[in-house]
Design a protein around this ligand. Structure first.
Ligand SMILES: Cc1cc2nc3c(=O)[nH]c(=O)nc-3n(C[C@H](O)[C@H](O)[C@H](O)COP(=O)(O)OP(=O)(O)OC[C@H]3O[C@@H](n4cnc5c(N)ncnc54)[C@H](O)[C@@H]3O)c2cc1C
Length: 273
C-alpha cells in the first residue's frame, strides 16, 4: 500500500504543464484530484517516475457559458459541478451525476477532467459526457485539438489523451428544459455503479451505459432510436447492442444486461415526467 518512489514537480500554468510533460516524457503523470491515480500507485499498478501536480492551475477551474455551450475547466471539482447554478439550469443531468460520484470527500477533491481521462467504464461522469454529446479540448505542444466524447474513450482506462497532452476543458452543448435521468444501481450508497444509465432527451438525445463495456459506452443504436421517436420497447430492444459487460462477484453478464433494460425503462419514466 506504499507507492513506488517518484519525483514531484508542480505546474503553475497550462503552458508549464505541457513543458514539464515534454521534459519528463512518458514516465510522467499528471496529478489532479489524485482519487484514482493515488490508489493505483499504492497498489503499484501504476508507477510513474514523476508526478506533475496540476492542482494549483487556477485557469483550469471554472464553469462558464459560451453561446450554446457550457464550458467546464478540466480541474473543476465534482462538488463545484454539482452545485453550479449554470450547470443545474442547462445541464441538469451533469450536475446530478457529479453529485452521485463517491462520497463528499471524493467530490471535494476529484476533478471532472481526472474522471474523464481516467476512462473507467464504471465511472459516472463519462456516461454523462457521452449522453450529452460533450467535446473534449486537449492541449499539447502542437496547440489545441477537440475530440467528441464518443471518440475520446478508446479502451479500458485508455483515452485519446496522448503522452505530452493535457485535457483542459469540456464543452457541453446546452440541454436546457429537456428531460433527463440518471439511474445508478448500487448495493451500498457511495459505491461505483454495478450498472448505470445516463439518459438525455430533447433535440439531441443520447443514452450511455455505465459498467457495460470495457470503456464508457454510448448506446448508439438506442440513442438513434430515441432521436427518431421510437417507442420505449424498440429502444429497450437495442439498448444492449455492442455491449460487453464484465462478469464479477456483483453480477453476471445476463444480470447486467437485464439491469440495463430495467434501468433504461426507469430512466425514461423519470425523464418523461
Ligand atoms: C473512495 C472513492 C470512491 C469513488 N467513487 C466513485 C464513484 O462512485 N463514481 C465515479 O465515477 N468515480 C468514483 N471515484 C473516482 C473519482 O471520481 C476520481 O476523482 C476520478 O476518477 C479521478 O479524478 P481525479 O481528479 O482524482 O484524477 P487523478 O486521480 O488525479 O487522475 C486520474 C488520471 O487522469 C490523469 N489526469 C488527471 N487530470 C488530467 C488532465 N487534466 N489532463 C490529462 N490527464 C489528466 C492522471 O494523470 C491520471 O492518469 C471514487 C474514488 C474514490 C477514492
Amino acid at each position: 500500500m506504499i507507492p513506488a518512489q517518484f519525483d514531484y514537480v508542480e505546474a503553475t500554468s497550462v503552458a508549464d504543464a505541457i513543458r514539464l510533460l515534454a521534459e519528463h516524457g512518458d514516465e510522467a503523470k499528471l496529478l489532479a484530484g489524485g482519487h484514482s491515480l493515488i490508489p493505483l500507485m499504492k497498489l503499484r499498478l501504476v508507477t510513474p517516475a514523476t508526478l506533475i501536480d496540476v492542482t494549483h492551475i487556477k485557469e483550469l477551474s471554472y464553469i462558464k457559458e459560451d453561446g450554446n455551450n457550457i464550458v467546464i475547466g478540466a480541474l473543476t471539482r465534482h462538488r463545484d459541478v454539482e452545485q453550479s447554478e449554470l450547470v443545474k439550469k442547462h445541464l441538469p443531468l451533469v450536475a446530478h451525476v457529479a453529485g452521485e460520484v463517491g462520497d463528499p470527500q471524493v467530490r471535494n477533491r476529484g476533478t471532472i477532467g481526472g474522471s474523464l481521462v481516467h476512462g473507467d467504464p464504471a465511472a459516472d461522469l463519462p456516461a454523462a459526457a457521452l449522453a450529452t454529446g460533450a467535446t473534449m479540448v486537449i492541449a499539447g505542444q502542437n496547440g489545441e485539438r477537440r475530440i467528441a466524447a464518443q471518440d475520446f474513450f478508446v479502451d479500458f482506462l485508455e483515452t485519446a489523451v496522448q503522452p505530452g497532452e493535457i485535457l483542459i476543458a469540456i464543452e457541453f452543448p446546452k440541454h436546457t428544459n429537456a428531460g433527463w435521468a440518471y439511474e445508478k444501481f448500487v448495493r451500498r450508497a457511495m459505491d461505483y455503479a454495478i450498472v448505470g444509465v445516463a439518459l438525455q432527451l430533447g433535440t439531441k438525445p443520447g443514452v450511455a451505459l455505465v459498467n457495460m463495456s470495457n470503456k464508457p459506452h454510448l448506446a448508439e443504436s438506442a440513442s438513434q432510436a430515441i432521436a427518431k421517436g421510437a417507442a420505449i420497447g424498440d429502444v429497450l430492444a437495442v439498448i444492449n447492442d455492442n455491449t460487453n459487460p464484465p462478469e464479477d462477484l456483483n453480477a453476471t453478464v445476463e444480470y447486467r444486461q437485464h439491469l440495463a433494460r430495467v434501468l433504461t425503462q426507469r430512466a425514461f419514466a423519470t425523464a418523461s415526467k
